[in-house]
Design a protein around this ligand. Structure first.
Ligand SMILES: CC(C)=CCC/C(C)=C/CC/C(C)=C/CC/C(C)=C/COP(=O)(O)OP(=O)(O)O
Ligand SMILES: O=P(O)(O)OC[C@@H](O)CO
Ligand SMILES: [Mg+2]
Length: 253
């Protein structure tokens, strides 16, 4: 039995020794390969730590393929898949968040998609990183698609119980997700309570669109901040770069 961590997971842990991390999520359903390549290149310049690729609707097949390849060609950042189902697996990526949506009502999102994708991950030698994925209110599209029972925003203990259960099930990351484009990010009180009970790194995303909000989440205890919409919604590459810099300063100080 080989208990050694893979390359990308080791990279994450080494970087976490020095500070908090910023991952940028690109959705192939919203952004073409050319733009994705440019944003990945800029992200690397600005000091982002990894690119995540995924979406809850339509990030599959040729569309996914061309975006992953464009990103690999234009930056040396690790590319981590963030799949909505087994259809979100792609052979050009370095790693995959092999996640289980623990508070889904539908077993497809807890173990079904994972079983359907497992052999592809093995065949393509993509590094799987086991992750507990928890949907917090409002949950947005991913909450609806993933058939989640979203955790109430004012019930941090429920989130903490799921997070600890995930750790005890062997998951090596916990992700608190308010939903892409959520009007408000996960409350800092909830981040703090979850962080206190788990030993694995804590990822927080959904609705973080300012440096100030990113800073608040980090101060509360988030180890890794994920941002997507704020960068995708920028009106120009210059604006996207400024946003990346602002978010990165909020996270890294
Ligand atoms: C590990 C494998 C093979 C599958 C996991 C399958 C699971 C558990 C999926 C969880 C539910 C789900 C639909 C997740 C999607 C993740 C995701 C990419 C969310 C947010 O992305 P955006 O694309 O920015 O949001 P929109 O879809 O709203 O645009
Ligand atoms: O698009 P935003 O709101 O930044 O959310 C990022 C990520 O948590 C979505 O899965
Ligand atoms: Mg999207």
């Amino acid at each position: 039995m080989n208990l050694k961590l893979g390359k990308v997971e080791s990279y994450i842990h080494e970087k976490l020794e020095k500070g908090k991390l910023h991952f940028v999520l690109l959705d192939p359903d919203d952004i073409g390969p050319e733009m994705a390549g440019k944003i990945a290149e800029m992200s690397e310049e600005v000091g982002v730590d990894a690119i995540m690729i995924g979406g809850s609707t339509g990030a599959e097949g040729d569309v996914l393929d061309s975006v992953v390849r464009a990103i690999k060609e234009s930056s040396s950042l690790p590319v981590i898949l963030f799949p909505g189902s087994h259809g979100g697996i792609n052979k050009y990526a370095d790693a995959i968040f092999f996640m289980s949506l623990l508070n889904s009502r539908n077993p497809f999102f807890i173990t079904g998609a994972q079983a359907l994708g497992a052999f592809q991950v093995k065949r393509y030698r993509i590094e799987p990183i086991p992750m507990a994925y928890l949907i917090i209110e409002p949950g947005e599209t991913v909450g609806w698609v993933g058939d989640a029972k979203p955790i109430p925003r004012h019930k941090p203990k429920i989130a903490a119980a799921y997070a600890l259960a995930g750790q005890y099930l062997g998951m090596r990351l916990v992700y608190l997700e308010a939903g892409s484009g959520a009007p408000e990010p996960v409350p800092p009180e909830m981040i703090a309570v979850v962080k206190k009970v788990i030993d694995v790194p804590l990822i927080v995303g959904g609705g973080i669109r300012s440096g100030e909000q990113a800073k608040t989440a980090v101060k509360a205890g988030a180890d890794i901040i994920v941002t997507g919409t704020a960068i995708e919604k920028a009106n120009s590459l210059e604006e996207a770069k400024e946003k990346l810099e602002e978010l990165n300063r909020g996270i890294k100080g």
